[in-house]
Design a binder for this molecule. Sequence first.
Ligand code: 5MM
Length: 358
Amino acid sequence: APSALTVRASYADELVKTAKTVASPGRGILAMDESNATCGKRLASIGLENTEANRQAYRTLLVTPPGLGNYISGAILFEETLYQSTVDGKKIVDILVEQRIVPGIKVDKGLVPLAGSNDESWCQGLDGLASRSAAYYQQGARFAKWRTVVSIPNGPTALAVKEAAWGLARYAAISQDNGLVPIVEPEILLDGEHGIDRTFEVAKQVWAEVFFYLAQNNVLFEGILLKPSMVTPGADCKERATPQQVADYTLKLLQQRIPPAVPGIMFLSGGQSELEATLNLNAMNQSPNPWHVSFSYARALQNTCLKTWGGRPESVKAAQDALLLRASANSLAQLGKYTGEGESEEAKEGMFVKGYVY
Ligand code: 5MM
């Protein structure tokens, strides 16, 4: 019988190719994998019920804007969407492929309290993951996503960091065995009053352990994508950082901790405003990097789009235009060429007030 390493080798070329496609110039990931509970919160914010029909309508809106594939290379789906069709009977997965967007799948089963820790959490989902991953591949998924979180105000304890890193590494190995490029997402939550130096120290420790266990689990680095948080001050820290500072800290840490074999660094937005997320990404792409430095945003791509839609069929086009605007802005930021052109006056004023430098 072939060993696990032989099985993984059979997918090696495909994994590398998929990762490179997702990490292609001027493109990034649309994270639209809200679990039903999270999607319910988003829909409630515009006064809609959390029904399958409403989730289907919203997800259809997100994947169908013409030209979306010029800016978006991959879309992360929740399991329901991977198996879902539009009201017209077209599979969402087929629409993505026609748009040149690689379908991905959230495979974690969410966060639960971590016994023995300081009120921290761990991410479930390893049981049955191999068979689920094989089924997702059959259904058209080519990459996977597993999000675990680390809290600064609650520690992080050594236990929580080790659990987060080990879980990501086991998931990554299982994904690669089944032909899915694992997106490795160790999110360091924004919550807290800590300054940017503290975030830097915590992220340094977390990324080191993640890559240690990835190596121990024989994960092919050329066939993964990293989805980290940017290094920023805590959300309640009075001393705010400019995009230049965020870029300096984040790139410094990437250089110290992330092997150049990793093809793409696809940042999460983590509660930053749409503009902040774009400006920070743009600042990180002002000079060449060893990796493709891009985005895998949920809220920072969807916020205005969702509000503009508001559940009204007549607002679908305007909502799609809002999504295209954010996607194209982040595409330019991936290329380091974002100037704010095409943003609303309100958004630009926000940029000016915050004193951002281009
Ligand atoms: C879309 O939200 C994803 C799933 O969240 P839940 O498991 O809570 O439903 C989430 O993993 C998301 O992909 C990342 O947090 C990045 O999103 P942001 O909004 O931080 O860019």
